[in-house]
Design a protein around this ligand. Structure first.
Ligand code: NDP
Length: 244
């Protein structure tokens, strides 16, 4: 991709305060985009945004009205919205019999409903200009399943199908929707994995290591760029070959 390939584009990244979201915000800024990132806490969002040259706003993606109004506000302030990365997500691992009812609610409302709200609002904002690109964060476990992760895997399977279905619905409006399905990436989300579990994942990965947030961010930057102009409805694995 050429330098400044996203110059003049306006982008929104949800859950951009750390990990993959922050790396994505940074990668989009480096490619010339004007970027707004969000997190649940305003001060944290602003601090993270300042560290990468973006602007930061508070948003809880479980709140449909708040998502709709924030997306409308960003599009109004900048005159348009070209790129939306629905990245906000949570993970709570538990064996089937140990899944907490509260975790069912929070996981589904954040990962599934939160992504749906974001894609809905993005589509509304992009529809008028008949152009735009949306990326959602699925996971390899959503594609292949994972013992001890039934709840999270179910939520991420739903996210992948939000991308596929929205791509079918929005293609005629010039809006592309894709998902990335990362393997194990070293962020706060996976920080709780034991060293043994990390080593085991790394040894099962053909590339012999875990992934870095920047490596997911580069794939997202590709998908939202014109380089991917005929790619929609795809779920791109970024896992070092782990699922092979
Ligand atoms: P982190 O835990 O490092 O970051 C999660 C981000 O989501 C934070 O910025 C957090 O912001 C935000 N967030 C969480 N809940 C909400 C909410 N209700 N409303 C708004 N923002 C919220 O996670 P990762 O960077 O690792 O993961 C990013 C995405 O990638 C997630 O969707 C995750 O499921 C997915 N993924 C990650 C993998 C990995 O191995 N790391 C593998 C596969 C998929 P704050 O706390 O500041 O509000």
């Amino acid at each position: 991709m050429t330098d400044q390939a996203l110059s003049g584009r306006v982008a929104l990244v949800t859950g951009g305060t750390r990990g993959i979201g922050l790396a994505t915000a940074r990668a989009l800024v480096e490619a010339g985009a004007t970027v707004v990132l969000t997190g649940r806490d305003e001060a944290r969002a602003k601090e993270a945004a300042a560290s990468v040259g973006a602007s930061g706003l508070a948003l809880d993606v479980t709140d449909a009205k708040a998502v709709s109004s924030l997306v409308r506000g960003v599009a109004k302030e900048h005159g348009k919205l070209d790129i939306v990365v629905a990245n906000a997500g949570i993970m709570e691992d538990a064996l089937l019999g140990m899944i907490r009812e509260e975790a069912v609610d929070t996981t589904l409302s954040t990962n599934v409903a939160g992504t749906l709200h974001t894609v809905q609002a993005a589509a509304r904002a992009m529809m008028r200009k008949k152009t735009g690109s949306i990326v959602v964060l699925a996971s390899i476990v959503g594609e292949y399943g994972s013992a001890g992760q039934t709840l999270y895997a179910a939520s991420k399977a739903a996210v992948a199908n939000i991308a596929r279905s929205a791509a079918k619905e929005l293609g005629r409006s010039g809006i592309r929707v894709n998902a990335v399905a990362p393997g194990v990436i070293e962020t706060d989300l996976t920080a709780g994995l034991s060293e043994d579990a990390k080593a085991e994942n790394a040894s099962r990965t053909p590339l012999g290591r875990l992934g870095r947030p920047e490596e997911v961010a580069k794939a997202i930057r590709f998908l939202v760029s014109d380089e991917a102009s005929f790619i929609t409805g795809q779920v791109l694995g970024i896992d070092g070959g782990l699922v092979l």
